[in-house]
Design a protein around this ligand. Sequence first.
Ligand code: TYD
Length: 376
Amino acid sequence: MSECRICDNQNLELILDYGDMPLVNSLNNGEDSKTYPLKLVRCPECGLVQITETVPPEELFSEYLYFSSQSDTMLAHSKKLVGELIESRKLNEHSFVIELASNDGYLLRYYVEKGIPVLGIEPAVNVAKVANERGIPTLAQFFGLEEAQRLQAESIKADVVHAHNVLAHVADLHGFVEGIKLILKPDGVAVVEVPYLKDLVENCEFDTVYHEHLCYFSLPPLIRLFADHGLMVSDVKMQKIHGGTLRLYVTHDLDYKDFTKRIETVKEQLKTTLAGLKSQGKKIAAYGAAAKGCVLLNTCGIDSRTIDYVVDSTPAKWEKYMPGTGIRVYPPGKLLENKPDYVLILAWNFAEEIMAKSKDYKGKFIIPIPKLRICG
Ligand code: TYD
């Protein structure tokens, strides 16, 4: 392999040459072990640290001796994560969870306990068998684009896709990530954990470099990898497990068509509400001569014909006008003298504080964003 596994750059920089190394998980009966070159390199284009040799996965993973459930640390880590996801994403018996490289079901078991349907995909046949025997439905398969397309053909999509400590093992990163995209529901989340390169380097963990681990990740190449497939790293949490782990929460990229649709709704609701109040002869003022308020008023075409004035606690803004609107700024005290029927809170980021401060004003508040609401 002479090209970067993410960006295809051919000029990879050598970090360390380990010489020839046997397959370190192939424990044997004392016979000579076959060896393969082991070279650690870095791609100066995208920052991905990787090894150059790709040993065929069938040779690496057919008889696998690693059973995740043997570690109490792994179990506790998984149980906590599953609990958090069930709660934050309100998962129930109608949800669906898929884990890629699900091992012996060490994580999916915590969903099964709560009656949430799961599917494990685990290439090591002997390990997948153990999972199935424990009641964790598991396909003895490698996951990649093909397997994802097969699931897609059966309309199998997940609310949560787990991929823990598997990405570093994957030769076809782009196929794997495209596969995640195909099996992730539109509002689903993929939780991806990888050992963190920073800890590897800082703690001198050079012994975690071996043929099973093709890549050593930091955040920038991962963001790029997911972005190449219309996926977004929407949150990152550092974990202590395995000497330092990056946990990514990956979702489909933001839907800008839907964003512009929702903006239209917000604008229409505000304009209709204000026009309705105005036609009933109500007096309307605004609170907060904020920059965002100026954008809101200008994009909605709302000016001094609808809003009598705006109040703001910033003396430097008093007696000035909000650009493009002809709306003049006064100190907050004006609300008590003038007693408007409605106050449009333009500084909606401080809505609660503003309403609490304005207890003596007895009229109603309109808060335009994120969704129009009327209070008081
Ligand atoms: P700000 O949050 O700085 O938003 P932007 O970046 O859009 O300008 O603006 C808040 C405005 O609201 C600022 O002019 C101060 C004013 N304000 C009050 O008048 N009273 C208050 O109690 C608070 C919290 C803010």
